[in-house]
Ligand binder design. Structure first.
Ligand code: ZN
Length: 687
């Protein structure tokens, strides 16, 4: 629950904000990147696909490059696991669609074909048939009859029908899943009062009720266990002969074939590790994949979090639980990266002062950590994105998730600079600021300080926000259930917002003056109260945890500050704008809400947490929503971004010895997805 801050603040959507730290990440010839580097790759539906530069790759040592190569292969091998986790029909649907896409020989100029092509691109982006962000099923904009016609027109020998099934049998299975809006409408259903396990389309559970799953895991928990494993993290729950049971994701278990490939590459990576600590970390991960033992996963997590010296680092496994309605099951993900030395200075300063921030936090003393341990933070350059980090990717990560490991060993927090940089480059001059900001004052502040304060917000959120505070004894970390994720993000964001306005940041040299934080305050509220609505379809509620958190914070401060007009929504020429009248008081409000959200988490106050989220974080003002959508539509900006990966190649001499690893950026979105489906697809079509 601790990861990921998606590219959220408006800077992702804004024009260029070149100041300060951009100098660190300016592309150079060194990474094979020059002014002609093309950031924009593809555009369809509500998606824009970008390309990210891996600055500094060529100046790594040969050993580091080789390590990145093997880890990147391991990162790509898990792709189909995620597809299957999202829904048990995903792999079949994808392969049938790809079979048609590659082999259909007739008319490709019709609207229906073009809509089919868009649909397939949408599936690739979402790693399945449900939208990656809204969780809603993606409805095809071509008819079922058309789909049946094109499937049947392709030579069956070229189609990947499962177990020798004929086209008719396969179609019978997948047509309702694709075309009937009532079948599996949501990947994850969070609607209160319904069985959120039975009504979610994810493949974490099959044939079991929410109550059965909860009873199953509650029976495992020992309230006196001070270092509990992450129960249920790496398994699917089903029933065998009427008995609730787990199918574990491991070598020899579910997802065996993909895991065998992953561990094969990890073995190669271990052989070229930078040091013994890193080698042992990789070997423990392999042992975990072999046994599925969650205690071994914890051992791995401890080794991973305490490796703070290696330049190259990676995530690989069943990590984040956002996609499980019960918050137990880890979605498979991977990211390989290396430390950006210069840019990490910023996070080093924050980490060094971690205790000061904890001591001065506006929360109740009972909920403060006496000692903040091992907050390790760095700025990284992503080298490959895999599983749940691809094509949509976070810009910051904070792991591990186990509360006791964070308590006893700390956590590792990263900000991903080259991804942020690519977002900014791709959004230059798109007119967003001009449309939505109140006046030139806000625009100029944003231009002057926006990039810096946005990055600092991410750093504070990840390095300190998630790691601060503690639970009261006896309070379980999952007592807030589905409200846990949005509230945890709320807490981390508030921590960052509160401290951005603290003079301490100027004193530490992190901000140039006491004016800078206003840039982030303004853009945060504008995004939370208004512009993030561009990501919601008309008539829908807010579902995604980070969006709920931003709506919650913005809605709450607007309401609580109403009497003093601290921050208001103001109309001008029939358009709504955010106007902040009192930045000081706004900061006080952030502190008050932080204190309350920390209390909710520390005491496990489910009812208060639920009320906060449901009151401020879910509902959408329809009139404002309609207005924002139409203003945004006029700008013609895609609300979601995904990425293609660079391509790495081993260079060997005549004896097969590796002499170099090259990186290139010329693969487009369709070619990359089709290649991944050929190269990294070994699982059976339905698990
Ligand atoms: Zn977060």
């Amino acid at each position: 629950m601790k990861k990921v801050i998606y590219m959220l603040t408006i800077l992702s959507l804004l024009g260029a904000c070149t100041n300060g730290k951009q100098a660190d990440s300016q592309p150079s010839a060194d990474g094979g990147i020059d002014a002609a580097f093309e950031y924009k790759v593809d555009r369809f539906a509500d998606i824009e696909i970008l390309r990210y530069p891996v600055q500094g790759f060529n100046s790594l040592s040969l050993g580091q490059k080789e390590l990145i190569y093997y880890l990147s292969q391991a990162a790509l091998e898990g792709r189909d696991i995620l597809w299957d986790q999202h829904n048990r029909y995903n792999l079949t649907i994808r392969r049938v669609c790809e079979g048609v896409y590659e082999n259909y020989m007739e008319d490709k100029s019709s609207d229906e074909w073009k809509n089919f092509e868009t649909y397939l691109k949408q599936l690739w982006m979402a790693n399945g048939i449900h939208h990656h962000y809204s969780e809603d099923k993606i409805m095809p904009q071509f008819s079922q009859d058309y789909f049946v016609k094109v499937v049947k027109s392709v030579d069956p020998g070229r189609m990947p029908f499962r177990d020798g099934m004929a086209a008719d049998e396969t179609l019978k299975e997948i047509l309702p899943v694709m075309f009937d809006p009532a079948v599996m409408p949501k990947r994850m259903n969070q609607t209160p009062g319904v069985d959120i396990v039975a009504t979610s389309a994810v493949n974490f559970y099959e044939g079991v009720t929410q109550k059965e799953v909860e009873d199953f895991y509650n029976a495992m928990k020992d309230p006196d266990d001070n270092t509990p494993v992450s129960y249920g993290l790496n398994s699917k729950v089903t029933k065998v002969n009427g008995v609730v049971t787990e199918q574990v994701w491991k070598l020899g278990g579910m997802y065996d074939k993909a895991i065998e490939r992953i561990t094969g590459w990890l073995e190669k990576a271990a052989a070229v590790a930078e040091n013994d600590h890193q080698r042992e970390t990789i070997q423990t991960l392999i042992a975990y994949y072999k046994t599925g033992d969650l205690k071994t996963f914890d051992d791995y997590s401890v080794q991973w979090v305490t490796d703070t010296t290696s330049r190259v680092d990676f995530i690989n496994g069943f990590i984040e639980t956002y996609t499980d309605p019960l918050g137990l099951k880890g979605s498979w993900e991977s990211m390989v990266n290396f430390k950006s030395i210069e840019a990490s200075e910023r996070t080093r300063i924050i980490s060094e002062n971690a205790q000061w921030f904890e001591d001065n936090s506006p929360i109740d003393a009972r909920f403060k950590k006496e000692t903040v341990k091992g907050v390790s933070a760095k700025v990284i350059t992503a080298a490959i994105l895999g599983g749940d980090c691809y094509p949509a990717t976070p810009i910051g990560i904070n792991l591990p998730n186990a509360d006791w490991i964070r308590r006893d060993h700390g956590s590792k927090s990263v900000t991903i600079d080259n991804i942020t940089y690519a977002y900014e480059k791709a959004s230059e001059g798109n007119g967003f600021k001009e449309e939505f900001m109140w006046s030139d004052t806000e625009r100029e502040r944003s231009k002057k300080y926006g990039t810096l304060t946005d990055n600092l917000h991410t750093d504070l959120h990840e390095c300190l926000g998630h790691g601060s505070g503690k639970l009261l004894p006896g309070v379980s970390s999952d007592v807030l259930q589905a409200y846990g994720s949005p509230l945890e993000e709320t807490r981390a964001d508030l921590f960052a917002l509160y401290y951005l306005g603290d003079p301490k940041l100027v004193e530490l040299g992190l901000l140039p003056d006491n004016e800078a934080y206003k840039a982030e305050y303004y853009s945060y509220i504008m995004n939370g109260a208004m512009t993030q609505l561009t990501r919601i379809q008309p008539g829908k509620n807010i579902e995604q945890a980070h969006m709920r958190n931003r709506a919650l914070i913005s809605g709450w401060v607007i309401e609580k500050g109403m009497a003093d007009s601290v921050v208001v929504l103001k109309e001008r020429d029939y358009k709504t704008y955010v106007v902040v009248n009192d930045y000081d008081k706004l900061r006080t409000l952030f502190g008050e809400l932080l204190s309350e959200v920390q209390r909710i988490k520390s005491e496990g106050d489910f009812e208060a947490g639920k009320k906060l989220v449901e009151t401020y974080g879910v509902k959408v003002d329809n009139a404002l929503h309609t207005e924002v959508l139409s203003r945004y539509e006029a700008l013609n900006i895609a609300p979601y971004k995904g990425f293609v990966n660079p391509v790495y190649k081993l260079v060997t001499d005549e004896n097969g010895k590796v002499t170099d690893v090259t990186v290139s950026y010329d693969e487009n979105y369709v070619d990359q997805q089709l290649r991944y489906s050929r190269q990294y697809s070994v699982m059976p079509l339905k698990n």
